[in-house]
Write a protein that binds this ligand. Structure first.
Ligand code: NAD
Ligand code: MG
Length: 476
């Protein structure tokens, strides 16, 4: 980039280039060739920043986009103002600012801005990176500029300070998971409420970490508002550190419930974040790590939850695993054993262990899947377990309603959780959710209201039902 600028300047030298370091009594201080080139470098990046800000402004879509527009407006205005200041400084130093579009395009250090509509979260990342690049250019030339012309260096200080502030403010929007919409109730277009595919390729080892996901999923941390629908209830949620379980745990606490969290030991940190959010609502949180493939662990989790919460009246059976096996030729007994041990056995073990604690008015909620109804070819082991869960839900509903305990389920469609990058290959991650009528993946928080409804007394006449939260895919 720098060499391009140098070439340009050679072709059409700035006035100052021939008067290196000359103090001219009549025309004042004249910039050296080096100083004018350094000012020119900053100038082109500022012009490019303003034009990319405009590009982003036109094509940004999705949630929080009004705020993103306002932030972009400020950045564009500042970049324009700063570019004027630099250009005027150059003229004062008898250097020729070159802001022609081809010069800018050739010599900027900023990478090209992508074409087409871009979701707010991605725009925030892109613009943050451009702000940081422009700051890097300023910092890179600062010392040389300062040596020759402290006045220009002072202008750089102002630019650096402001752009760093913008970069910090923009990126803050994406740093915290769950900052995607302001709340769950403001009416808006659901097709653009959350990021739409394509998603960036990403893979994780199971069980996966929400903080490694781009874009960050929304579990309701900032968006779920409770209305006291579960006052004083005591809930156990499995798979509660991340994904759907995390969203359910947060929502339950905001609705007034105390919540015990079951998860794998390696997910401790994520679970502690959930516990902190629950306690921030003034509700109790109980942390119960353990591998629930073991019968005794499943039983202990329930017993400890009931003991530490002082009872149990909501049981959310949500933990799950989802190995992908493309061909029957690769079928392995141990894969199916593992799926059934994680996805099915705990339903029996935990419900049996919970049974003595559950009183009339209690609720059990399972998580099956669209896969249980309309399976994908590479998910046979998983899909059969999910069909089993929907079936179990109907059977147990009939058993337990006699005791005033309701059993229901939720069948999610494609939801943006660690399960996906942990088990699904990149070519599918990039198009994740595209096949749904709504055209995008669901966010974990969008599942929470169904779990709240099924746990709350307001669903008193709903028994043995599986609610589809699928972005329009039908359970057939
Ligand atoms: P997730 O990875 O965030 O949650 C799954 C959780 O299951 C893990 O966090 C882990 O705590 C728990 N788990 C897995 N194996 C365990 C074990 N051996 N012992 C104890 N806990 C264990 O992903 P998610 O998508 O929120 O998954 C929650 C449920 O939703 C699963 O049952 C999944 O099958 C179902 N589901 C997910 C989708 C989707 O697209 N994400 C779609 C339909 C159904
Ligand atoms: Mg997890």
């Amino acid at each position: 980039m720098a060499s391009t600028t140098a070439t340009k300047n050679k072709r059409k030298p700035a006035h100052g280039a021939r008067l290196t370091n000359e103090q001219n009594a009549e025309s004042g201080f004249t910039a050296s060739k080096e100083l004018s080139e350094n000012l020119q470098k900053v100038l082109v990046d500022l012009l490019e920043l303003a034009s990319q800000g405009k590009q982003a402004h036109w094509n940004v879509i999705g949630t929080n986009f009004r705020d993103t527009h306002l932030a972009l407006d400020e950045i564009i205005d500042s970049a324009r103002e700063f570019s004027d200041t630099i250009a005027e400084r150059m003229r004062a130093l008898h250097a020729l600012p070159d802001g022609r579009s081809d010069t800018v395009a050739e010599s900027t250090t900023l990478p090209e801005f992508p074409q087409g509509e871009i979701a707010t979260t991605e725009v925030i990342d892109l613009i943050t990176a451009r702000l940081e690049d422009t700051v890097a250019t300023c910092r890179g030339v600062h010392d040389q500029v300062d040596e020759e012309d402290p006045t220009s260096a002072d202008i750089f200080h102002e630019i650096i300070e402001k752009l760093e502030q913008y970069a910090w403010m923009m990126s803050a929007e994406n740093r915290e998971a769950g900052h995607l919409v302001t709340d769950m109730y403001t009416a808006q277009d659901p097709t653009t409420q959350y990021p739409r595919p394509p998603f960036p390729p990403q893979q994780q080892d199971a069980p996966g970490d929400i903080h490694e996901m781009t874009p960050a999923p929304d579990h309701g941390e900032k968006t779920y508002i409770g209305f006291g629908r579960l006052p004083g209830r005591k809930a156990l949620v499995t798979g509660a550190d991340s994904g759907i379980g995390r969203a359910v745990a947060i929502a339950y606490a905001r609705e007034g419930a105390d919540v015990a969290l079951s998860y794998l030991a390696e997910e401790q940190e994520q679970a502690e974040e959930v516990a902190e959010l629950i306690r921030a609502e003034g509700r109790a949180a109980v942390l119960l790590p353990g591998d629930i493939q073991e019968e005794q662990v499943s039983i202990d989790v329930v017993e400890k939850a009931a003991a530490e919460l002082g009872g149990l009246d909501i049981l959310v059976l949500n933990a799950g695993t989802m190995p992908t096996v493309d061909s029957i030729d690769d079928f392995e007994t141990k894969t199916l054993d593992h799926v059934v041990k994680v996805n099915i056995y705990p339903l029996f073990w935990m419900t049996k262990a919970a049974s003595p604690h559950l009183k009339p008015g209690a609720a059990i909620i399972t998580t099956s899947s669209i896969q249980g109804f309309d399976p994908s070819p590479s998910l046979a082991e998983y899909a059969v377990s999910k069909a089993g869960i929907a079936n179990w839900t109907r059977a147990l509903a009939q058993q337990l309603i006699e005791r005033g305990i309701r059993v229901n389920g939720v069948a999610p469609g494609p939801i943006w959780t660690p399960l996906q990058p942990a088990f699904v290959p990149n070519e599918k991650i990039e198009h994740f959710g595209e096949q749904t009528p709504i055209g995008r993946a669901g966010q974990p928080v969008e599942l929470a209201p169904a779990y709240v409804f099924l746990a709350s007394q307001e669903s008193s006449y709903v028994v043995g039902e599986t609610i589809a939260v699928t972005g329009g895919m039908t359970l057939t």
